[in-house]
Write a protein of this length. Structure first.
Lengths: 288, 295, 419
């Protein structure tokens, strides 16, 4: 290629790159503005918000929104966040153990009905919450676990199993069998092999499951709203927000502050475990 | 013998929970949907009732070219028709654009936030941006000279559905973007290099190489997005609970209202709606997964 | 493989730590949810009240605690949450609330019909309460709700000085009313003659009912509630045609939050505002009560009274104490405290006239001259109520709506009230 052509090509490439950068930033701006808006609304007094949070002539930031959301009379976030943690943490770790056992079984053992059983479990992933909620509601009443976090934890655990079993089974199938076989020859029990050898190697997968499940349970509203009676003491974080909208015009300062607080937790988990979270999604083994 | 039992031992906890809390409820719901309030078997009566309920199925306005409400089923359908192509398209666009941009990773994370936040908060955000005085959508309209259109979009039956759909594109696009990003990274660079050597233009490369190689990613995105659109609840609920005038009613919401809010509560009709919803979800998922397995 | 051995130590500890966290969390959760009953029973009351109303109610509850030593906890909910939460917990057989205060007679009767409520017939002296209040919560000869607090919807509120400064007079006939609206509309600074309130829809339904009763008589309202009159009859249609003509003339404002509208009536953006008497508790009315007055719908023979009823779940964990609270709420002592907030009336006739502020007294005296009827949508209940509200919201926004369709929709969703 002649020198002139090279220069021409470089210029074309540069223009293109600039164009791409501009479009990228413009689009990104569109996506980020609503979040920025909510943040602004959370620190500004109501009249300023009603005039438009993008106006900065009058700017009197206040922490009132956060304080009132934290101590809200019917939905105090101070309590709601704790309640959500009380449900989310067990709901995140319990299914992992149970699913890991089951997935290992599917991956390593051959037994009759294995493939059919696995197929059924995979199909169960698509079941929407609405399909199971009425019988679950009745069951919980019958076993006395309605309005009890344990009931909610059980439901979340059960719901997590199909996709977690699929995910882990795929993961296990790729792990080399030789190490486990060597240990077996040395006389180790299956359980020991599982916990001392297989599980540690599975950590990246477990991190994915943790990230995805934590966010899913924290964000859940439907199961919580059917199974937990909302009182100021028992509300979960996601139930607290609609309660703050109130009957009249929402106090946007407070509602925005509450929204920011409640969404910060899953965002923090996402940021901390980003790599694993994304891997989990991309593996296609995520529920909508 | 012991060898036979062992795998099942590992599986017992899973099976136990799955049967009680997933399998049995599914069967039970289907069963209930065929009974009436007194417990008698009535065949497809409840399903007929569902379709004769204007909150669920009301194509009259649609046929006459009038604005919503059209009934929950049609609303979900519209949601799919608008939201699916838009979020897939924008996801792909963003994945491609942000691949080589400085700070692209951070921007991608920011766009993805919509998927990570609770949908209740998502709904509150949408309500906020569509408010008359406090919302940026109207501020934008005023800036570009369309201020006379400004209103609280979520307060009117004829505009709430579209507002929510477009808002949900903003929320969900991050998902398709992330999947496509991963898909793009999976395309071997040799393909691009040989295309360059052959003198192919960017456009051609995109259509002839990138898109076909992204087929598995596309199937994942389409399946997951479709399921999300069918099951949408929180956003609609927190804003107007399906209103106003049922302009934003969707299947998941009407199912909840029938089961827990309307008096007298009707578990049976609600179960029928849930079953219909699941059949649709399942049907779409099965079809798409089938295609994925084939390719 | 050496690496995996080194990892497994830390991993092992991590797993143990996580297990401890899980068990601890579940233990705490278990404890907090299944709270052990305390020695001194604490009653829990659910209601719709917040802010000033809640503070006022708490005053009454304090008096109760002073009298009996029983502590009472109050939780205020939004309409939506109360409507969902109460039936759900009653159905689950696990009721947290010992007493519930709600303004929806049909809803109360529906719960009673399912056997969830305790009858209150022997808790009250029925002669002290207006019959219409008790009838709507009676089924099978048992009364299920104690009328606790009444908010009358007497008429159109206005600022007295606004009228005198603009030479306006209170109308005594419907034609004078229309003339008044026309006159108000022409005053400078006025955007609309009548303010419209927003929210779930009750301000609009209240206004509409004023027209139904005012133009059709209180009997029309009762007939519509009980199904002796159809919504798509010519009588009702005439009322709506008249209403629509006023809407189309631009006499009604764009609906906005009902409390914000008070300020706009005050500063002359709007002229009059149909509202319940509780509106006097809102600023700037509340600070300037001597400049505030109302006039009833000209020529009307009835008015709606919205009654807050106290009900008691059958499965309350503290039946003895709950009963005491119910009897207290029925009595003149409690109801007199509630009247102190202003803007509300007591249901118990033993409450003396002297307990009322002048403006409340004027409302009370007006209400005595007309037949009090239940609120239309509260009596019939959902799904009619939601349809009614939604249809009116649509009508206010687009007053050219096909009335036949609208009225038919109302008729379709009418169901006989459960009494």
């Amino acid at each position: 290629m002649s020198r002139l052509n090279i220069v021409k090509r470089l210029k074309k490439v540069k223009k293109f790159t600039i164009l791409v950068h501009v479009i990228a930033f413009a689009v990104s701006l569109v996506w980020i503005i609503p979040f920025f808006g909510v943040f602004m609304a959370s620190i500004r007094p109501l009249p300023e918000i009603l005039d438009g949070w993008w106006n900065f002539e009058v700017f009197n930031p206040t922490l009132r929104g956060y304080i009132e959301a934290w101590n809200h009379p019917s939905a105090p976030l101070s309590r709601a966040l704790l309640n959500s943690l009380l449900v989310t943490i067990p709901s995140t770790f319990t299914p992992i153990f149970i699913a890991a056992l089951g997935a290992y079984s599917f991956a390593r053992f051959k037994f009759p009905t294995r493939d059919i059983l696995f197929l059924v479990i995979v199909l169960l992933q698509t079941i929407p919450q609405q399909m199971v909620i009425i019988p679950i509601f009745n069951t919980m009443i019958r076993i006395g676990l309605w309005n009890n976090y344990i009931g909610l934890i059980l439901v979340h655990t059960a719901f997590a199993l199909p996709w977690q079993i699929l995910f882990l089974r795929n993961f296990f199938s790729v792990l080399p069998v030789e190490v486990e076989e060597a240990a077996r020859i040395d006389g180790a029990s299956y359980l020991k092999i599982f916990y001392k050898i297989v599980l540690p190697l599975t950590l990246p997968a477990l991190a994915s499951l943790t990230a995805l499940q934590f966010v899913w349970v924290w964000n859940d509203f439907f199961f919580a709203t059917v199974l937990i009676l909302p009182t100021p003491e028992s509300r979960l974080a996601t139930q607290a927000i609609p309660a703050m909208l109130g009957r009249l015009q929402p106090d946007w300062t407070v509602v925005s502050a509450a929204s920011i607080i409640v969404m910060l937790i899953p965002i923090a988990i996402y940021v901390a475990l980003q790599r694993y979270y994304v891997r989990g999604i991309v593996a296609g083994a995520v529920k909508g | 013998m012991r060898r036979q039992i062992f795998p099942f031992l590992f599986l017992i906890p899973s099976l136990f929970l799955l049967v009680i809390f997933v399998l049995f409820p599914v069967v039970n719901t289907v069963y209930i949907s065929f009974l009436n309030q007194e417990g008698k078997f009535v065949g497809f009566d409840n399903y007929a009732k569902v379709f004769s309920d204007k909150s669920f199925w009301n194509p009259k306005n649609l046929i006459e070219g009038k604005p919503p409400p059209y009934g929950a089923l049609i609303h979900n359908g519209i949601w799919i028709m608008i939201h699916l192509p838009l979020s897939v398209f924008f996801g792909l666009l963003l994945a491609v654009l942000l691949r080589d941009v400085k700070g692209g990773a951070i921007i991608k994370s920011a766009v993805f936030l919509g998927v990570v936040i609770p949908m209740i908060v998502g709904g509150v955000l949408l309500r906020f941006i569509y408010e008359d005085d406090a919302g940026i959508v109207n501020a934008f309209l005023r800036v570009i000279g369309l201020g006379h259109l400004a209103r609280t979009w979520t307060a009117f039956p004829d505009t709430i559905l579209l507002s929510l759909i477009l808002g949900s594109v903003w929320i969900w696009t991050g998902f398709s973007m992330i999947v496509y990003s991963a898909g793009l990274e999976g395309i071997p660079t040799e393909l691009f290099e040989s295309a360059k050597i052959d003198g192919a233009s960017r456009w051609r490369t995109f259509w002839r190489i990138t898109v076909p190689m992204l087929k598995p990613a596309t199937i994942v995105v389409v399946t997951m997005t479709l399921l999300w659109e069918l099951k949408i609840f929180d956003i609609v609920w927190v804003i107007q609970q399906g209103g106003p005038l049922e302009g934003s009613m969707v299947m998941a919401v009407i199912m909840y209202l029938q089961a827990f809010v309307y008096r007298p509560t009707n578990f049976h009709v609600a179960s029928a709606i849930a079953t219909l919803l699941t059949v649709m979800t399942f049907g779409f998922a099965a079809y798409l997964v089938n295609r994925m397995v084939k390719s | 493989m050496k690496k995996s051995k080194a990892i497994s130590q830390t991993v092992w500890m991590a797993i143990v730590a996580i297990l401890i966290i899980i068990i601890a969390a579940m233990g705490v959760g278990w404890y907090l949810t299944l709270q052990a009953p305390r020695e001194k029973p604490t009653l829990t009351v659910f209601s719709l009240w917040s802010g000033a109303e809640e503070a006022n109610f708490k005053e009454a509850l304090e008096r109760f605690t002073n009298n009996t030593g029983i502590t009472v906890r109050h939780i205020g909910y939004s309409t939506q949450e109360l409507l969902i939460t109460v039936p759900t917990q009653l159905r689950a057989g696990v009721t947290i609330a010992d007493v519930i205060i709600a303004p929806w007679p049909s809803w109360i009767l529906s719960l009673a019909g399912d056997g969830h409520l305790t009858s209150v017939t022997d808790m009250i002296d029925a002669t002290k309460f207006p019959e219409t209040y008790l009838d709507v919560v009676t089924t099978g000869n048992e009364i299920y709700g104690i009328p606790f607090k009444v908010s009358g919807k007497p008429g159109f509120w206005y600022r007295k000085s606004f009228f005198t400064n603009n030479g306006l007079t209170v109308p005594t006939t419907y034609n004078e009313f229309k003339t008044l609206l026309a006159n108000i509309s022409q005053i400078e600074g006025v955007e609309a003659a009548i303010a419209s309130g927003n929210g779930v829809g009750w301000p609009l339904s209240d206004t509409t009912e004023a027209f139904i009763i005012g133009l059709g008589g209180y009997q029309l309202q009762l007939d519509l509630i009980f199904g002796d009159e159809q919504f798509n009859s010519t009588t009702v249609k005439d009322v709506f045609v008249e209403l629509v003509s006023l809407l189309q003339a631009g006499y009604f404002s764009v609906p906005d939050d009902f409390d914000l509208q008070v300020a706009r009536v005050w500063d002359g953006t709007y002229g009059i505002y149909f509202q319940g008497s509780f509106i006097t508790a809102f600023e700037p009315f509340s600070e300037n009560l001597d400049d505030v007055a109302f006039f009833p719908f000209p020529g009307t023979d009835g008015a709606t009274g919205a009654v807050d009823y106290a009900i008691m779940p059958a499965l309350t964990k503290h039946p003895v104490e709950a009963r005491q609270l119910m009897e207290f709420l029925a009595g003149a002592e409690a109801q007199e405290i509630m009247v102190g907030l202003g803007g509300f009336l007591a249901a118990n006739s033993d409450v003396p006239d002297t307990a009322y502020s002048p403006i409340d007294l004027s409302v009370l005296e007006f209400m005595r001259t007309v037949t009090i009827v239940p609120d239309l949508d509260d009596a019939i209940g959902p799904p009619f109520q939601t349809t009614f509200w939604d249809q009116l919201k649509g009508l206010w926004v687009a007053p050219t709506t096909d009335l036949d369709t609208l009225l038919q929709a109302l008729q379709d969703d009418w169901a006989p009230p459960p009494f």
